[in-house]
Design a protein around this ligand. Structure first.
Ligand SMILES: Cc1cc2nc3c(=O)[nH]c(=O)nc-3n(C[C@H](O)[C@H](O)[C@H](O)COP(=O)(O)OP(=O)(O)OC[C@H]3O[C@@H](n4cnc5c(N)ncnc54)[C@H](O)[C@@H]3O)c2cc1C
Length: 397
């Protein structure tokens, strides 16, 4: 065999997985179709400090662009609630630099990162996959494969792994602007059926009146964002006179992870596995944590002759570690997107009046949201809020 493991995709999930394998002395290669790791980027760059600590990351200067202390959430009619935790809770990072730094770190630990190579398919020998075919007609052989191709799921689907449901892939669009009139160091989130059906629009401050302004929704994300910048009461005010410096598009995942994370000697990680918080579309931290588990599991399996039974441990561990959290976030997202604008107004108003934000402030965790969701749904005030909002559930969804 040419390699112990081949990872397809040099996003964070692929790089975290590969690093764990190389650290344990195995020969691992990461294939990336683009010329440079991290480009083109598709991210707002908001990562919790606790998540970065869980990943054990200490980033060099230049990657963190700003820090934020909380979020202001706007209902469709413009009422807002503020969730501030009195500390710099999250970082805003430059994803291009972040991914490039993760790649350098991986290379230092012995990973071969090859850019400008597109993987096009797998070839089996018996029940196991042994070869990956490349666009330039070359082939590479390996004992195990990790698919980290992002939300596209082309290769994972071709090899017998389930793929993320199309209905949970929402188009997203984002501008980076300068000269905006921003409010302090808060992230701002805008909900509403006329704003972003199924999801939300956001402003993430980058410091010095610069910001990322984006939107994901069931459809027409760019058209909707362009309209908001002109017509939305708050967004238009913030962006009046601002200059658009760059733009990007991508896919935000709002569903559940795929049901099966391994198939024989092939594993799916990160967005390919649908390991993303459905409430926010954030996938770097939990995707990274679980990809590290994938890397460790593969290394362990490689030391036992790449036993398929050992590779399956990845799925078992992920399920017990994050699947309940992801399910709670998914159900919350579903509940929120089933509400009409009046329903969203009602819960945002009630959340402030009934004191439910204190629960979020004390128990909230940007990544592992399951605990706070569980506390909220068992709180009698929440039941009252739910009963008030229930009449606003959209009967057509
Ligand atoms: C607009 C937007 C904003 C977001 N904001 C946030 C945020 O603030 N915080 C957060 O945590 N998450 C955010 N996300 C989600 C986050 O970007 C993803 O969860 C994350 O990038 C997933 O990492 P990954 O490594 O699984 O996949 P990716 O980062 O998508 O990496 C996949 C890599 O595989 C490569 N590749 C694909 N196919 C092949 C092939 N056949 N051969 C070789 N290479 C291949 C791609 O080029 C790419 O480099 C956002 C997403 C969008 C769209």
């Amino acid at each position: 065999m040419d390699h112990d493991a081949i990872v397809i995709g040099a996003g964070p999930a692929g790089l975290f997985a590969a690093t764990e394998i190389a650290k344990r002395g195995f020969h691992v290669r990461v294939l990336e179709e683009h010329e440079r790791v991290g480009e083109p980027d598709h991210c707002a760059g908001l990562l919790s400090r606790s998540g970065l600590a869980r990943l054990g990351l200490r980033m060099p200067e230049g990657i963190i662009q700003n820090t934020v202390s909380g979020a202001r959430i706007y209902s469709p009619s413009g009422n807002s609630v503020t969730i501030e935790r009195g500390e710099r809770e999250a970082c805003v990072i430059d994803r291009r630099r972040f991914d490039a730094w993760l790649a350098d770190r991986a290379i230092d630990l012995g990973v071969d990162v090859t850019t400008n190579v597109k993987a096009t398919g797998f070839t089996r020998e018996g029940s196991l996959v042994r070869t990956i075919r490349l666009k330039d007609k070359n082939e590479l052989r390996s004992r195990c494969f990790i698919v980290a191709e992002g939300s596209r799921c082309r290769l994972s689907g071709s090899v017998g792994l389930p793929t993320v449901e199309k209905s949970s892939m929402y188009p997203a669009f984002q501008y980076e602007v300068s000269g905006a009139d921003l409010e302090g160091d808060m992230v701002e989130m805008f909900y509403g059926r006329n704003v972003a059906p199924g999801f939300f629009a956001w402003i993430i401050p980058l410091g010095e009146n610069r910001a990322r302004v984006g939107l994901a929704a069931r459809n027409k994300s760019r058209t909707r964002l362009d309209a908001l910048i002109v017509h939305h009461k708050i967004l238009a005010r913030r962006l009046e006179g601002a200059k658009i410096d760059r733009s990007l598009g991508g896919i935000v995942l709002v569903g559940m992870p795929i049901a099966k994370l391994t198939h024989q000697n092939v594993l799916a990680v990160g967005d390919t596995a649908g390991i993303v918080k459905a409430t926010t579309g954030g996938g770097v931290i939990l995707g990274g944590i679980t990809a590290r588990i994938a890397g460790k599991t593969v290394a362990e399996a490689l030391s036992q002759d790449a036993k398929v039974a050992s590779i399956k441990q990845y799925e078992k561990q992920c399920k017990s570690m994050v699947f309940n959290e992801l399910r709670a976030m998914y159900l919350t997202q579903r509940a929120l997107s089933s509400l009409s604008d009046k329903g969203l107004d009602s819960i945002i108003k009630d959340a402030a009046v009934l004191g439910l934000l204190d629960v979020v402030k004390s128990d909230g965790d940007m990544d592992l949201q399951g605990k706070v969701i569980k506390r909220l749904v068992t709180d009698p005030r929440m039941i009252l809020m739910g009963l008030r909002a229930i009449r606003y559930i959209n009967p057509f969804l």
